[in-house]
Write a protein that binds this ligand. Sequence first.
Ligand SMILES: [Zn+2]
Length: 224
Amino acid sequence: MNAPWKSTAPVVSSSRISEADLVRDNLDQLSERDVEFATSLLRAYDSERGASEKQAHWLGVMAERVAQKLAKREPEPMVTGHLFERIVEMFDSASLKLKYPKVRGHFRAHGEELPLKLSRAGGGARYPGSINVSDGGPFGENVWYGRIHSDGTFEPNRRINIEEMRALVTYLTKFNTDPESHAKAHGQEYGECCFCARELTDHRSLDAGYGPVCAERYGLAWGE
Ligand SMILES: [Zn+2]
């Protein structure tokens, strides 16, 4: 007599079908040994005969392991791999002279010009030396986009719409790569220094888009 697990009739129920797919789609979540075992189970499952009761049971065990692994996995950050080290350097440099260095800017999203303000968190903050990115509105009413940590990594606010966040990250990337151009564009468009918000009067400052004092504080080239 056949052992019960050698039954030739496919015993795979519909719940086993979703388990098989779960395992198939997430083999990389299993250990090397389990991958081998799960692959052989899937082969049996896909065969004309189908999985035996015992194989189906083990497929269920594998699915359980995959599910546990997936549940423990860190949620994937929405915007990853961005390093804004130059921005951190600029703020670190400015903080030697200023208590709360700030940079103003604008970026475009949804066909709109959105205001932006970068401000360095002081010593008493939760992340001292990190840079908060917001719309510059009053505390409690502002839009907080995220923070640049002191190592340059960016922690986005996950509640921000993805399109807006992408536009913001593009903007920050440009600013990080070429802060002089950012400051120049802002100064010439708004007639104010993006760092201290003072009106630009002197023609050399208007040309540069920012003044010599801010240039020195933030470590930027000026008046070459
Ligand atoms: Zn200035």
